[in-house]
Design a protein around this ligand. Structure first.
Ligand code: FAD
Length: 222
């Protein structure tokens, strides 16, 4: 299997970094081909702008989706964006590793989606959801939280984690055609003992060794 891992955390000694490196090792050990984008190491700029393109459709009014469609028709994405789209097109499984920030993706990873999920190339013209460009591919969110697991249940003060992740699962990944696997979540790693963090890393590595046998989950359409 071909696996593309996208990762962001501002600290290379973080627990997220440990999750990222554990994933690269486990996937490689399992015999998969692995590519990765470490967005912090790349100093990835999350802001959509004309630098995403080598082509120009309208020089007077910058509308990202219009420029994306034009670039899709004319091979006009910058090398940086072209590489990221190429990695998505190449992979069978895409993994995102990140800390949950404000109930969502941290800004750099969100900006990666803004810039890389380009209209015309990754969606559009009726190619969304079950007819999406990336149908047949699967995606896995691997994240950490600050809050404990019991705060992320229905009726608890943060609410159901499935509802919090729905905009990512449904509005981003399924929108462009991916099927999603059950998320890998380490709740409050800072609250765990060193031994429990080590066990969490081992459990993730163990899961990844058999990830090609997993089935996608239902994400509600409500
Ligand atoms: C702007 C912002 C918004 C946030 N919003 C939310 C939110 O909406 N909801 C929420 O729940 N939380 C939120 N948080 C908290 C955040 O999600 C957590 O701080 C984060 O997920 C913890 O992961 P980390 O990788 O940063 O942990 P770290 O603090 O980097 O790591 C935890 C511990 O693991 C240790 N460690 C590192 N590597 C290893 C290893 N190999 N083996 C064992 N131990 C290791 C570290 O040394 C550290 O002691 C927010 C934080 C910020 C800054």
């Amino acid at each position: 299997m071909k696996v593309f891992v996208v990762y962001w955390h501002p600290e290379p000694q973080s627990f997220n970094a440990a999750m990222f490196h554990a994933a690269l090792k486990a996937l490689t050990d399992a015999g998969h081909e692995v590519r990765s984008s470490d967005l912090e190491a790349m100093r990835f700029d999350p802001v959509s702008s004309r630098k995403d393109f080598t082509t120009v459709k309208n020089p007077d009014y910058f509308k990202p989706q219009i420029e994306e469609m034009h670039a899709s028709e004319n091979g006009g994405f910058s090398p940086e964006i072209e590489t990221e789209i190429g990695n998505i097109e190449w992979c069978d499984l895409m993994v995102w590793q990140f800390p949950l920030w404000w109930f969502g993706l941290p800004a750099t990873l969100k900006g990666w989606v803004d810039r890389v999920f380009a209209m015309g190339r990754t969606y559009g013209g009726g190619r969304i959801y079950q007819s999406g460009v990336f149908q047949g591919k699967r995606a896995l969110l691997s994240l950490t939280t600050g809050g404990p697991e019991d705060a992320y249940q229905k009726g608890a003060f943060n609410g159901d984690i499935a509802g919090i992740l729905r905009p990512i699962h449904r509005g981003m990944l399924q929108f462009v055609g991916f099927e999603v696997l059950a998320p890998q979540i380490v709740y409050g790693p800072v609250r765990l003992t060193d031994e429990d963090r080590r066990l969490a890393l081992a459990a993730y590595a163990e899961r990844l060794l058999k990830i090609d046998q997993e089935h996608p989950i239902e994400v509600g359409t409500y």
